[in-house]
Design a protein around this ligand. Structure first.
Ligand SMILES: *Cc1c(COP(=O)(O)O)cnc(C)c1O
Length: 365
């Protein structure tokens, strides 16, 4: 099955000078590479029509079920150019596995992990010139799957399409890493027991956009969601997992409780912290514990993590009633920054890859 042959239709590449201008200041995937990958699935044939083709609009019938019932899942990972010229991706097989977990929850077809990884490799090889080489720059890769059948009756689609697109990403913190303020969402939740909180699906993001807008109105960059049953047990941010650091060096992070995403960055940081001898507790964590811990000095740092920004130090937590936590000039914390250095070092090829996380796509020279 993974013997699928990719048909290659070369694009007219963007002229070198224009591409180089974009790579100098790429923003966060504001522009896209010359190609994309597409693979189609239907119940009878399985996965077929694997293609690398010019990047461009896809045609959707107005009755296409994804437009009505939101059967869509996605992934996000990055490719990095190493100092020796190699191009690598970070743990793409973990993204493949997670896409399939999301697929099961959204009643979409699973895709063989090796086919997912090959699709990523095909795109990165076709658009290798788009992988930037500047400090903290990478190629952000967005694999996603949509229901791809035209009907309005409510049922899971019998036809789906998997696509991979990519765009260059600059440093998330161009002026140096700065702590963010986060807003504790009150009545608005992103997930609840038995829902889709642990799937990476567009629908979860749709429900987090209004709370994020409210967060911004309160001068915060991100929103923190708690468990809708207790309003105190911390789940995660709109698109990032969260860690607290205790004064004794213990890391505390919400357990995978069915509401939160099993982040690849989260998992990687847990492993790196354990390698250094830090205790890591995956358990229920509450806002009250965080507030009281900062007040009595037992909690010294907090950070959010995810592929886009790697680690984002948290400076303040704010809610309807005002400031709940304020680290002041103690943020960003020391462990936060040193874990960030280590993980980005592995990704960018300047720190040894002890765990075999780096997946080579294009060899040196
Ligand atoms: C993607 C995502 C994360 C981070 O996962 P990574 O694999 O570390 O990028 C965290 N929370 C949510 C809701 C996400 O969608």
């Amino acid at each position: 099955m993974s013997e699928l042959t990719f048909t290659r239709t070369p694009a007219t590449p963007l002229p070198d000078a224009e591409r180089e201008a974009i790579l100098r200041d790429p923003g966060f995937a504001d522009s896209f590479t010359d190609h994309m990958v597409s693979i189609v699935w239907d119940r009878d044939t399985g996965w077929h029509d694997a293609e690398v083709l010019p990047y461009g609009p896809i045609e959707l019938d107005p009755a296409s079920s994804v437009l009505h019932y939101g059967q869509e899942i996605f992934e996000g990972l990055k490719a990095y150019r190493h100092p020796n010229g190699e191009i690598v991706a970070f743990r793409p097989e973990a993204n493949a596995r997670r896409l399939n977990e999301s697929a099961r929850r959204l009643a979409l077809p699973e895709i063989p992990e090796e086919l997912f990884v090959r699709a990523v490799e095909e795109l990165v090889r076709a658009d290798a010139d788009w992988v930037p080489s500047g400090a903290d720059q990478s190629l952000y890769i967005r694999p996603f799957m949509i229901a791809y059948e035209n009907f309005l009756g409510v049922r899971s689609a019998e036809r789906a399409r998997f696509l991979v697109i990519a765009g260059p990403a600059g440093s998330y913190f161009p002026g140096g890493v700065k702590p963010v303020s986060i807003w504790l969402s009150g009545d608005l939740a992103r997930a609840g027991r038995g829902g889709t909180g642990s799937a990476k699906c567009g629908g979860n993001y749709a429900s987090s956009l209004l709370p994020t807008r409210i967060a911004k109105e309160h001068g915060c960059q991100q929103v923190l969601f708690t468990d809708s049953a207790t309003d105190d047990t911390i789940d995660e941010l709109g698109g990032m997992n969260i860690f607290l650091v205790r004064a004794d060096g213990t890391l505390v992070t919400p357990r995978l409780n069915g509401n939160i995403l099993d982040g690849v960055t989260r998992r990687s940081l847990i492993a790196l912290a354990k390698d250094r001898g830090h205790a890591v507790e995956e358990r229920d964590v509450t806002v009250s514990e965080w507030r009281d811990g900062v007040a009595d000095g037992s909690i010294t740092e907090a950070f959010a993590c995810g592929t886009a920004a790697v680690i984002t130090p948290i400076g303040r937590l704010v809610g309807e009633a005002g400031t709940i936590v304020d680290f002041g000039d103690r943020a960003p914390g020391e462990l936060t920054m040193s874990l960030r250095e280590e993980l980005t070092g592995i990704q960018f090829g300047t720190v040894a890859d002890r765990h075999g996380w780096v997946h080579r796509i294009v060899s040196a020279g």
